[in-house]
Design a protein around this ligand. Structure first.
Ligand code: DUC
Ligand code: ZN
Ligand code: ZN
Ligand code: ZN
Length: 491
């Protein structure tokens, strides 16, 4: 037959427009796109009738923690490459960029990359790449940036907080300078570790240990100051950065004004900061631990509103999950790791920071109906692909160029509103922080390189572990230094 698959009667949404197009797929690629009805009487192995539902490029989740050792409090992350990517595909994400974590005690980033490849290989349901997490910017590590680029890794992440990972400002400058030379984009977790430690000590002195005190231990100023500092260091080095998981309106304002000055400052936010507030950290007993992430959910709905506004106005380039799952009850002991007899509500400082969310990112956000559809596609697929050198193979549906990674949603009004519960999800985690929310969208079909890997009405998960492959990335097509010449010491 002429095509492997034709998708008809869809409303095709790209990052810029919505059109009544039909799409033909051949050999894993988008082969041809024609106005509705254009493939009438054309041969195809399979035809899917979208019945007026949205047809969008598959989700790209550029912030995912899988199979990581304890770095953010007690305990390792719950999902491995198999369960994490399985959860992703069941929620419409077809490409993920996870972290390859280099510990402070390790010297070589190439060793870190090789070890992470081994964890992912033959285990993924979706396509994947890695951001190298630089825990130790040794001379050796810095000298390896060039080889990383050659191996298809065009982004790094660094932390300004967490004892296990924190880099000081001089080390950050070392990383930014070498990243600039090699055309690498640097992601920064920006929170002030000294402020967090000081607040934690103040709270403990007052015998305040419950999960909800995670909130006050990470006050807005810790984020606002560190983000302003990160922007300052980026401007000094003329090196593009992406600030991950921004949660406060004031930090968003710093980012917006830097962007208005023309600086290559990019920012990310996550569903946690759109949907959760401090009241979710204040559940009965230890329940609040389910919403412990860093930065924490903020004060009120008006903070969430400001983050939605930042997505709409372009302050935030991407919306990622920051899927960083930990089990609520330990799988082996059935116990909560930081709860003891002396501390029946646990100690917030030991609760590992992070929430699961790789499967719920797209359905929750689309169901909220607070973004124009084109903006939704931009921040969840097209922009992460552009920012991290995957475009237009990923993040678009261009004839001859793009992989056939496609989500087909239910037609407007066809899906009854339903309650999201953890037992619907496919991760290896015993809760979701979004339990009980009413939603009205879920991908009906998800297609990865031409193969139907999720069919909600026809068996659910159809993809296979090992079908997902490593994608070599190019340099970012968004993030570039302002000046083209080499950085010179200002004298
Ligand atoms: N924040 C989280 O919530 N989890 C992982 C690490 C982080 O910075
Ligand atoms: Zn310091
Ligand atoms: Zn982080
Ligand atoms: Zn993270």
């Amino acid at each position: 037959t002429e095509y492997d698959l034709i998708i008809v009667n869809g409303l095709v949404v790209s990052d810029t427009e919505t059109q009544e197009w039909d799409i033909a797929v051949k050999d894993e690629k988008i082969k041809k796109v024609l106005p509705r009805g254009g493939f009438h009487e054309v041969n195809a192995t399979r035809i899917i009738d979208a019945e007026g539902g949205y047809v969008m490029p598959g989700g790209v989740d550029a912030h995912v923690h899988l199979q990581e050792p304890p770095l953010f409090g007690q305990g390792s992350t719950a999902d491995n490459y198999e369960t994490g990517s399985r959860s992703a595909v069941c929620g419409g994400t077809t490409t993920m960029v996870t972290f390859a974590p280099q510990k402070k005690s390790e010297d070589s980033l190439l060793d870190t990359l090789a070890a992470t490849h081994a964890r992912a290989k033959d285990n993924c349901y979706i396509d994947y790449s890695f951001h190298l997490l630089v825990g130790n910017p040794s001379e050796r590590a810095l000298s390896e940036f060039k080889t990383l680029r050659e191996k298809g890794i065009s982004s790094l992440k660094i932390y300004m907080t967490y004892e296990a990972l924190q880099l000081h400002d001089g080390q950050i400058l070392d990383v930014l300078l070498e990243a600039r030379k090699q055309g690498i984009t640097t992601m920064i977790h920006a929170e002030n570790n000294h402020v967090i430690n000081w607040m934690t000590a103040q709270l403990e002195k007052r015998q305040l240990f419950a999960p909800k005190y995670h909130g006050p231990s990470h006050p807005p100023v810790a984020e606002i100051e560190a983000i302003y500092r990160a922007i300052s260091l980026s401007e000094f080095m003329d090196t593009p950065i992406l600030i991950v998981h921004v949660s406060t309106p004031q930090a968003a304002a710093h980012i917006k004004s830097a962007q208005a000055r023309g600086l290559p400052i990019f920012a990310e936010t996550c569903p946690q900061y759109l949907f959760l507030t401090k009241k979710h950290l204040d559940g009965p007993g230890f329940e609040g631990a389910k919403c412990v992430c860093s930065p924490p959910p903020r004060e009120s709905e008006s903070d969430c509103d400001a983050i939605w506004t930042g997505l709409k106005d372009g302050t935030f380039t991407i919306l990622s999950s920051d899927h960083c799952p930990f089990r609520y009850d330990d799988a082996e002991t059935g116990k909560k790791s930081s709860v003891t007899e002396d501390f029946p509500l646990g100690k917030f400082k030991f609760v590992p920071n992070g929430c699961p969310g790789i499967e719920t990112r797209l359905p929750l956000t689309l169901s909220a109906a607070r973004l124009p559809l084109t903006k939704f596609v931009q921040v969840t697929s097209t922009n992460p692909a552009r920012l991290y050198g995957l475009y237009p193979t990923k993040g678009a549906l261009f004839e001859g160029m793009s992989d056939a990674d496609i989500n087909i949603w239910y037609p407007e009004g066809k899906m009854e509103e339903f309650e999201l519960t953890n037992d619907m999800l496919h991760h290896d985690v015993d809760y979701t922080p979004f339990e009980g929310r009413m939603i009205n969208q879920w991908p009906r079909w998800t297609i990865l390189r031409g193969k139907v890997v999720w069919d909600r009405e026809g068996g659910g998960l159809l993809g296979q572990k090992g079908y997902g492959r490593f994608v070599k990335r190019e340099a970012s097509s968004l993030a570039k230094p302002l000046r083209e010449d080499e950085w010179e010491l200002p004298l």
